[in-house]
Design a protein around this ligand. Structure first.
Ligand SMILES: *[C@@H]1O[C@H](CO)[C@@H](O)[C@H](O)[C@H]1NC(C)=O
Ligand SMILES: *[C@@H]1O[C@H](CO)[C@@H](O)[C@H](O)[C@H]1NC(C)=O
Ligand SMILES: *[C@@H]1O[C@H](CO)[C@@H](O)[C@H](O)[C@H]1NC(C)=O
Ligand SMILES: *[C@@H]1O[C@H](CO)[C@@H](O)[C@H](O)[C@H]1NC(C)=O
Ligand SMILES: *[C@@H]1O[C@H](CO)[C@@H](O)[C@H](O)[C@H]1NC(C)=O
Ligand SMILES: *[C@@H]1O[C@H](CO)[C@@H](O)[C@H](O)[C@H]1NC(C)=O
Ligand SMILES: *[C@@H]1O[C@H](CO)[C@@H](O)[C@H](O)[C@H]1NC(C)=O
Ligand SMILES: *[C@@H]1O[C@H](CO)[C@@H](O)[C@H](O)[C@H]1NC(C)=O
Ligand SMILES: *[C@@H]1O[C@H](CO)[C@@H](O)[C@H](O)[C@H]1NC(C)=O
Length: 666
């Protein structure tokens, strides 16, 4: 009886397994496709500093495989799990991780669904600190909370992988779970396999110094871009003019590396800067102003103000990247911070966070007020930031103040005492978090203020200012190109200048792939800085009578640059002072391709506290899901097999005896 049962059980299962998976399977890849389903997601990756690690990684050298369990059901299981969590519960998961060790020991990996309950979204989410990059502040009250909502989770280290699923990844995962639910097999479970194996984990290099030495990581960095309006003639015999330096940033950060858009902070400020330069470039007679306008867009600011710090070092060294600029001529720094949320019931409100002696501060405030009055019809308000703030908010201006505490500067922001952006440094700081009319208003304010500051006289005529107008459709176009994926970087405006490598901009700074240079190889520069360089070079260039000369024979003057070279392979020579400046830590040195850490230098106080961020190398990053038989089932199969063997042996023995008896009887 038992024998028959076992035979039937195994035979039917064997048949089921063969017939269930045999349709149209012809090769090993086919077999893999039926067994494994790849799921798209954005990883949280491992970064290292001088003192340790942050971010996520598999715990060792191997892939992690664990059954998928929803966050709310984790308490019912005891084994290592792949926790599936909706974004609404993501902060709650991290709270439990830090308070509940038995829960933490069950986390094999985390899959985050991007769904958001609009009700809960209102509460905000920021993985950064309450005072971002406080160690670089030129004042001591670092307990101040610029970002009260900050949870600090992106600065901790996790020894398990975490992926934010894409929308298609979520759909694939849901279909997979549904499909295997239909089958209702008792002894199977759905597992996720995480491939987030970091070379720094494999080789046991757990800080920047050791991983750079072993070559298992690369320093964070990239290229900043600067330009001047009008172009600077470095060989001119006239004395150089004092400089009004206008700055913005182009990089952001987030818990999930490739989802670091930073729409409000800092891209709204970048777009306002580009639109303001465009508005000013259409004026005649800028060469007659008493000050020189210079614009810089920094990168790496989210990771220790790398761009602005390296810019000042290059100025000190009079390097080719900053040829034509003289540090001691910088008179004022005007920074455009976050401006995309400055809209409140139709009125646009901005706050000027000023530093410097009172006369310089008054001059800047007077220029801003004058610009605002000239824009009266547009309902723009500008106010000085509250005197109870401990100082300026986190900004590149901190670097300039550190270098020269006497420099005067202002940061234009959409907040006064704490961020109005509830998604600071999170993937939710996207296009829907900003409003283009706020960016247009800020750009108008900046353009007119710069004109007033650059003019000799205090009473610039209102009629002159009225000619400075921001192109609203340019701002909208820039927002669609830089903050959306459709059209994203494949929009007309960007494609006019470069051939983008991807359509969705990721404003993560990236790593330095080559020795930094003032004439970098374009293939090693990210899409956004390449676009900014071409765009600024184009709009700040002096029109030439014969503008059709392409760059194939090289450009005639040393003051000329070759723009739009990527789009048609030829490019156009343009008379413009627009350059790339490397951005990487001032504590790093590269010699024949090998990076090393410089000892702290007391004269570089920001370098002393610089964590020197590096990103671990890896081979591949990914997740796939599949169905496995549970261990219990394997044991059943094993013991079933043994029992069958024994029974078969007994059966043979019995039969043999019977046959022997029967033949003997005959
Ligand atoms: C820091 O700033 C906060 C808020 O303004 C204030 O309450 C606190 O007293 C300040 N701390 C120090 C040490 O100045
Ligand atoms: C720059 O100045 C030099 C010397 O005054 C002059 O010869 C040259 O034409 C100028 N270049 C441009 C592009 O204006
Ligand atoms: C920079 O400007 C200062 C002040 O005008 C001047 O003394 C100095 O020589 C200049 N440096 C360079 C390298 O041009
Ligand atoms: C920006 O705000 C204005 C006024 O509140 C509104 O009419 C407009 O639709 C908003 N634009 C976007 C892109 O949200
Ligand atoms: C500019 O216009 C504003 C507002 O209309 C007015 O208050 C101001 O006096 C004018 N300034 C000049 C220099 O005309
Ligand atoms: C404004 O920008 C749009 C889009 O870039 C462009 O097509 C248009 O010509 C610009 N208008 C002016 C007046 O420059
Ligand atoms: C450049 O050349 C094109 C045609 O060759 C002409 O249409 C255009 O007006 C020129 N632009 C300038 C600024 O000279
Ligand atoms: C541009 O200038 C060069 C040299 O002066 C000349 O040979 C060429 O014909 C010019 N091109 C146009 C389109 O005028
Ligand atoms: C420290 O920095 C200063 C200024 O940049 C430089 O002159 C000096 O040589 C540096 N000292 C060391 C030990 O590198």
């Amino acid at each position: 009886m038992a024998l028959t049962f076992f035979f039937l059980f195994f035979a039917s299962h064997l048949l089921y397994c063969i017939s269930g998976q045999s349709n149209s399977m012809e090769s090993v890849p086919d077999l893999q496709n039926t067994m494994y389903t790849d799921v798209d997601g954005y990883p949280c990756v491992r970064l290292l500093s001088l003192s340790g690690a942050i971010g996520c990684s598999n715990p060792g050298r191997d892939k992690v495989v664990a059954p998928i369990v929803r966050f709310e059901n984790v308490d019912h299981v005891s084994e290592l799990s792949s926790i599936l969590v909706s974004f609404d519960e993501f902060p709650a998961l991290f709270t439990r991780l830090s308070t509940d060790p038995s829960f933490a020991s069950k986390v094999g990996g985390v899959l985050v669904e991007p769904v958001i309950d609009s009700q809960k979204k209102l509460n905000g989410f920021s993985p950064d600190k309450k005072f971002p990059q406080a160690e670089f502040a030129p004042y001591h009250n670092i307990s101040y909370e610029w970002n009260p909502i900050g949870s600090d989770i992106m600065w901790k280290s996790y020894n398990f992988p975490v992926f934010l699923l894409t929308e298609s990844g979520t759909k694939i995962l849901q279909e997979f779970v549904l499909k295997s639910k239909d089958k209702k097999e008792a002894y199977t479970s759905n597992v996720a396999e995480f491939d987030l194996v970091m070379q720094t984990m494999k080789s046991g290099t757990h800080d920047s110094e050791s991983c750079l030495k072993e070559g298992t990581c690369l320093p964070l960095g990239g290229y900043s871009v600067w330009s001047s309006l009008p172009p600077i003639n470095a060989s001119s015999l006239k004395p150089p003019k004092p400089i009004i330096l206008t700055v913005a940033s182009m990089d952001s950060a987030s818990f999930f590396r490739d989802k670091s858009l930073g729409a409000d902070s800092p891209i709204s400020g970048l777009i306002a800067l580009l639109a303001a330069v465009d508005a000013l470039s259409r004026l005649d007679g800028l060469g007659g102003l008493s000050k020189q306008l210079v614009f810089v867009v920094f990168t790496g600011e989210a990771w220790g103000y790398l761009g602005s710090r390296r810019f000042l070092v290059e100025l000190d060294e009079h390097s080719d990247a900053v040829h034509g600029l003289n540090h001691s001529l910088i008179e004022k720094v005007f920074e455009i911070g976050s401006v995309g949320k400055g809209l409140n019931h139709g009125a646009k409100n901005y706050f000027a966070h000023a530093e410097g002696d009172s006369s310089a501060k008054n001059q800047i405030m007077a220029a801003l007020k004058h610009a605002q009055e000239s824009l009266l019809s547009e309902d723009i308000n500008i106010a000085s930031a509250s005197a109870s703030n401990p100082g300026i908010p986190p900004s590149s201006l901190m670097t300039f103040l550190n270098k020269n505490p006497k420099i005067s500067g202002v940061v234009l922001e959409d907040f006064d005492s704490s961020f109005v952006n509830k998604f600071y440094r999170s993937h939710l700081d996207d296009l829907s978090n900003v409003n283009s009319s706020a960016v247009v208003a800020a750009a108008s304010l900046v353009a007119r203020t710069l004109y007033i500051l650059a003019s000799e006289t205090d009473d610039v005529q209102n009629s002159t200012l009225a000619a400075i107008n921001v192109n609203v459709s340019l701002v909208e176009q820039l927002m669609d190109c830089l903050l959306d994926c459709d059209p994203g970087l494949s929009c007309e405006l960007v494609k006019k200048y470069i051939s983008p490598a991807s359509t969705c901009a990721s404003n993560y700074v990236g790593v330095i792939l080559d020795e930094p240079s003032s004439t970098p190889y374009p293939g090693y520069i990210n899409d956004v800085p390449r676009f900014i360089w071409n765009f600024l070079a184009d709009i700040t260039s002096i029109p030439k009578e014969n503008n059709s000369s392409d760059c194939q024979q090289g450009c005639s003057g040393s003051d000329e640059v070759c723009i739009k070279a990527e789009t048609d392979g030829k490019g156009i020579c343009a008379l413009s002072t627009t350059r790339y400046v490397p951005a990487y830590s001032t504590r790093l040195k590269v010699e024949s391709g090998v990076w090393s850490i410089l000892p702290p230098n007391a004269s570089d106080s920001m370098g002393v506290v610089d964590p020197v961020w590096t990103e671990s190398n890896w081979n591949s990053l990914g997740i796939r899901v599949y169905t496995v038989q549970t261990a219990a089932y394997d044991w059943v199969v094993l013991f079933g097999g043994i029992a069958l063997t024994i029974l078969a042996y007994l059966a043979i023995a019995v039969t043999r005896t019977l046959v022997a008896k029967a033949t003997k009887r005959d």
